[in-house]
Design a protein around this ligand. Structure first.
Ligand code: CUA
Length: 334
């Protein structure tokens, strides 16, 4: 028994490592498709994976048989020398060639299929990559938002991609493949979400110091819920208390925030940073890396470069009173 202990330890370690990967949840798994686009990739992957398993079992099986049956034994005869076998040579040249053709046909078909422009009725969204956040515009609806994309389930979304600075890559793993986001050039991706939910996305092209912190969220919702969201976005910011709103606007100006940010219906008309008209209604802030709470908002305003290295947001030294007013004001912009 003691002699077997190392084997058991090795097996248990291996099992722990490999089974650990079965845990979940997997909010960014490309193997958990939730759109027509993602299903095309999944079907291709599963088809090729199946044949890869067949080849693996055949080849490894033959190898194991050869090792067990034909291994050298003490006192055994010398192995017979052979010189070529035409039938074998032809078959092991032809078989891989046929397998590669069988993989190439569905692969090329899928590439052409997902690379074409959107067809038919679709909701157009313009996504603009910035270091390090995402701007989303709905030209037909007149909505501009940041980092949180809302779409109706069952409707095709036609995303037109471009960048304000360097090359980024638009990627919602559960909804579609990666697409380069290039300054001065429009690329495209389309998909139809098949179930409601919150999907996480990520910039997938190294784009500078905080590339890993360039996240985004997508809320797929029923057409009715989407309508409600659209109505809310189209309205100017909701003012709950006009006194604190006026004071908040003052603080927002004192902080210099209006140079870069827009809050529709106020003097803040900046276009460099995200549109903050409804920032209070978003789930996350700071390019999708912090939950939208007053504490995080304050942290972000006081230490934007600590939260996101290289961030372009420059905030002057502000007294506590001003910071608190700004946080309260932004949280109120539902
Ligand atoms: Cu943007 Cu990486």
């Amino acid at each position: 028994m003691p002699r077997r202990a190392p084997w058991i330890v090795a097996l248990l370690t291996l099992a722990t490592i490999s089974l650990g990967a079965c845990g979940g949840p997997f909010p960014q798994s490309a193997l958990d498709p939730a759109s027509d686009f993602a299903w095309k990739l999944q079907d291709l992957f599963e088809g090729i994976f199946f044949w890869a398993v067949v080849v693996f079992v055949l080849v490894e099986g033959a190898l194991i048989v050869a090792i067990l049956r034909f291994r050298e034994r003490p006192g055994g005869p010398e192995p017979k020398a052979t010189h070529g076998n035409t039938l074998l040579e032809i078959s092991w040249t032809l078989a891989p060639a046929i397998i590669l053709v069988l993989i190439a046909i569905p692969t090329i078909k899928t590439i052409w299929d997902v690379d074409r422009p959107a067809r038919g009725e679709s909701l157009v969204v313009e996504a603009v990559g910035h270091q390090w956040w995402w701007e989303f515009r709905y030209p037909d609806l007149g909505i501009v938002t940041a980092n949180e994309l809302h779409i109706p389930v069952g409707q095709q979304i036609d995303v037109r991609l471009t960048s304000a600075d360097v090359i980024h890559s638009f990627w919602f793993p559960r909804l579609g493949g990666k697409r380069d986001v290039i300054p001065g050039h429009e690329t495209q991706i389309w998909f139809t979400a098949d179930s409601a939910g919150l999907y996480l996305g990520q910039c997938a092209e190294f784009c500078g110091l905080s590339h890993a912190l360039m996240k985004m969220q997508l809320v797929a919702e029923s057409p009715a819920d989407f309508e409600v969201w659209v109505e809310g976005q189209l309205a100017d910011a909701v003012v709950t208390d006009s006194v604190s709103f006026a004071e908040g606007t003052q603080a927002f100006m004192r902080g210099g925030c209006i140079a870069c940010h827009k809050v529709r219906g106020t003097v803040a008309q900046g276009v460099i940073g995200p549109d903050l008209t409804h920032v209070g209604s978003r789930r996350r802030i700071a390019g999708g890396i912090l939950d939208n709470t007053p504490e995080n908002m304050e942290r972000w305003i006081r230490d934007s470069r600590g939260v996101k290295p290289g961030s372009l947001m420059i905030v002057p030294e502000l007294d506590d009173e001003t910071v608190n007013r700004i946080v309260e004001y932004l949280q109120g912009l539902k």
